[in-house]
Design a protein around this ligand. Structure first.
Ligand code: NAD
Length: 485
């Protein structure tokens, strides 16, 4: 499988003939070789998207919607294949992969319908006989760059609104997990979208991603990934004043107030900390419990964490709790953060090491880990650990808990568990994060904007703001003549 580049409706190998190998992080086994695109391939893809833009952007919204729905029918027929590949390349249990693929198709269907509802406003001028129309028009060619943790879903969040708006795309799935995302993106081609509307290139991030960002053809960069790469992209985009949507890192706090229902808070904190092996931008990174309930929460949480099932075969065990880390570098960061906390006095209640059973020997595994006796300056209290690690700290007043939660450069998601409405609204106003979950551990809803404050990014995906992010606003002012003129 080396003809993995889709450029202007043609499947191609890299012009250099080079490939790279995708491996299963649970076993180290090779899964597939895919093409490593060159700068010339990237430029060809951008040119194809530019040439397709007049065709796609001028197509009636109704027709765009029909093709997008058809693409998802194509994808749903391959959902089993895509989900299994996703589990192999990422390591997540199969049920999580199926959920991701289904949700991705829902996102496209949602925005396909929205493409029929794009409308502007109009008003009478208040300085003479004029009338103004506000038009919404697609920005142009979009460079979409996505990470490995939700390679299908995060592509859907970009293709859905962007295609609905009338934009054309060059997409670059992540090198660690490009296979399921490629099946997803190729569904648009197979459904009959005009050649060049969706182009897919795989390969080295800084090389081809860099070209996608800096080439003048792209007018918008839609990026999900690390804050480090996001800053570089913002700097490059600024030089040409390109539009950007940047969904970056996070360090989500989970606040448990004294009146919280622990029958709900414990399993919800558990799931949001350990699912996807903690490798979600809205994963819980730090748990803060009001002192009266601290011991009870920590004991119940640690006990539940010790019973989680880590799978080395997410297809055979589709409902396991978590799989491996995606990369050796990610695993090393987790080790360093846990060692740092341990050396500075944290107590490890559960985990704190890789599993030793033979089935884990060739994979990138780390046990679900729970720590207490945390200090503010420990690395995991300041940085994004992006692994299966839960530090738990106590707070006294609500103000103190919120201050501790906000004590991070990030601001993507925050969770609050309380049964008191005043506490909930106060926390929702004071927490510095783009998404607040009150007694719910997921801030994602297709209809609601998703994105970060501070170092977690710029702009919003999903909801109406997610569609607006792919459109320019044009003011047309028309002077009409009165009968006496
Ligand atoms: P990353 O920044 O290393 O890579 C993300 C993508 O960017 C990959 O496709 C990569 O190949 C590409 N890339 C790398 N260097 C590039 C460059 N110079 N120019 C253009 N593209 C380049 O991030 P990652 O390690 O793959 O992903 C993990 C990070 O993503 C975490 O920090 C996580 O919090 C974040 N994330 C954020 C969200 C969100 O919605 N806010 C969602 C998922 C993940």
């Amino acid at each position: 499988m080396t003809e993995t580049l889709l450029i202007n409706g043609q499947w191609r190998a890299s012009s250099s003939g080079e490939t790279f190998t995708v491996t299963n992080p649970a076993t180290g086994a090779a899964i597939a070789d895919v093409s490593s695109a060159t700068i010339a391939d990237t430029q060809a893809a951008l040119l194809a998207a530019e040439n397709a833009f007049p065709i796609w952007s001028e197509m009636p919204g109704r027709e765009r919607a029909r093709l997008m729905h058809r693409a998802m029918n194509v994808f749903r027929a391959k959902l089993d294949e895509a989900s299994r590949l996703l589990t192999q390349e990422h390591g997540k249990p199969l049920n999580d992969s199926i959920k991701e693929c289904r949700y991705s198709a829902d996102v496209i269907d949602f925005y396909a319908d929205e493409s029929r509802r794009i409308e502007g406003t109009h008003f009478s001028g208040d300085m003479g006989p004029t009338h103004s129309f506000i038009l919404k028009q697609p920005i142009g060619v979009v460079a979409a760059i996505t990470p490995w943790n939700f390679p299908v879903d995060l592509l859907a969040w970009k293709l859905g609104p962007g295609l609905a708006a009338g934009c054309t795309f060059v997409v670059k799935p992540p090198s660690e997990a490009p296979l399921a995302a490629t099946i997803f993106a190729r569904a648009f081609h197979e459904a009959g979208l005009p050649p060049g509307v969706v182009n897919i290139i795989t390969g080295d991030g800084p090389l081809i991603g860099g070209e996608m960002v800096t080439n003048p053809i792209s007018r918008k960069i839609a990026f999900t990934g690390s804050t480090r790469t996001g800053i570089w992209i913002a700097e490059q985009a600024a030089k040409q004043l390109k539009a950007v949507t940047l969904e970056l890192g996070g360090s989500a706090p989970f606040i448990v107030c004294r009146d919280a229902d622990l029958d709900i808070a414990v399993p919800e904190a558990l799931r949001r900390t350990f699912s996807h092996t903690g490798q979600i931008c809205i994963s819980v990174n730090r748990i803060f419990v009001q002192r009266e309930r601290f011991n009870e929460f920590a004991e119940r949480f640690a006990d539940a964490a010790s019973k989680l099932h880590v799978t080395a075969d997410g297809i055979a065990e589709p409902d396991a709790d978590m799989g491996p880390m995606i990369s050796a570098a990610g695993l090393e960061t987790v080790r360093q953060h846990v060692d740092d906390a341990r050396e500075r006095g944290a107590k490890i209640l559960v985990g704190g090491a890789s599993p030793t059973e033979p089935q884990y020997a060739n994979g990138l595994f780390y046990l679900p880990t729970v720590l207490v006796d945390m200090q503010r300056d420990m690395r995991m209290m300041q940085e994004e650990t992006f692994g299966p690690v839960a530090p738990i700290a106590a707070f006294d007043s609500l103000e103190e808990g919120i201050a501790m939660a906000n004590d991070t450069p990030y601001g993507l998601a925050a969770y609050v568990y309380t049964q008191d409405l005043d506490t909930a609204f106060y926390a929702a106003r004071k927490l510095r994060a783009g998404g607040i979950g009150i007694n719910v551990n997921d801030i994602t809803d297709i209809r609601g904007p998703f994105g970060g404050m501070k170092m977690s990014g710029i702009g919003r995906e999903l909801g109406q703001p997610g569609l607006d992010a792919y459109m320019e606003t044009k003011h047309v002012r028309y002077r009409y003549r009165t009968p006496n003129e």
